[in-house]
Design a protein around this ligand. Structure first.
Ligand code: SF4
Length: 229
């Protein structure tokens, strides 16, 4: 069952206003075409501690080398690590990916995750979280983007900007921020809010030097060290 989280009314209201503003300024975002859930799960494993380019190269390497996820299950572990090496941490990611695919096949009889759509979102999330190497962000990405389920992924950009803007309590860790922001935002806004907050974090509210004078939500932001224009 989903835990009950007390959300401060000002956070809920600010989230709503920030989402509306970013949808006007950036436009309603469109991510790439959704991948099947198993592909997305593998992609999110690959994406840990690397950039999108190297993640995509590693994923393409897998596609070029193996004809199916079953073949990845059977692959020699050392060879598979070589195939994904460009994504880094291959000695962790390789075994985690192969173990996850094997477990899916053992439990379900095939390597497919579409059945998760039939579960309540909390059950689907807990099942994904039971895999080694799958954290709340990975699980939420698969749930939201591949399966169309109401989950809100919090990456490093969203964690930073949500703290600065004042969309959540300051003293909570990223796992708690997942739970809090998911409770505070309207599920209908998860998709656009996730993508637009990442864009804000990458282009404007960067870690070292936030460009507050050109920020489209400066009037809504509570960051005490906001840079004056
Ligand atoms: S006003 Fe500055 S700190 Fe606030 S969100 Fe914009 S860039 Fe970030």
């Amino acid at each position: 069952m989903k835990p009950v989280i007390e959300v401060a009314p000002e956070h809920r209201e600010r989230l709503r206003r920030v989402n509306a503003r970013l949808n006007v300024v950036f436009g309603y975002p469109k991510w790439r075409e959704p991948l099947p859930a198993v592909d997305e799960l593998v992609c999110t494993f690959l994406s840990q501690n690397t950039n999108d380019l190297n993640r995509d190269k590693a994923f393409s390497n897998i596609r070029a080398r193996y004809a199916s996820w079953d073949e990845v299950c059977e692959a020699d572990p050392d060879e598979f690590m070589q195939v994904i090496r460009v994504a880094g941490l291959a000695n962790q990611k390789g075994p985690n990916i192969q173990a996850a695919l094997r477990r899916i096949r053992e439990e379900r009889g095939e390597i497919d995750l579409e059945w998760l759509r039939e579960l309540p979102v909390e059950e689907a999330r807990e099942w994904l979280l039971s895999f080694k190497g799958v954290g709340r962000k990975t699980a939420a990405i698969v749930l939201l983007f591949s399966l169309g389920m109401p989950a809100f992924p919090v990456d490093t950009h969203i964690y930073r900007v949500s703290g600065r803007i004042g969309l959540r309590p300051q003293a909570i860790d990223p796992d708690a921020a997942h739970r809090y922001l998911e409770a505070a935002a309207d599920p209908a806004d998860y998709y656009a809010l996730h993508l637009n907050l990442i864009r804000l974090g990458r282009e404007i509210c960067q870690a070292r030097k936030p460009a507050c004078p050109s920020c489209p939500i400066a009037d809504l932001c509570q960051f005490p060290d906001k840079v004056a224009g």
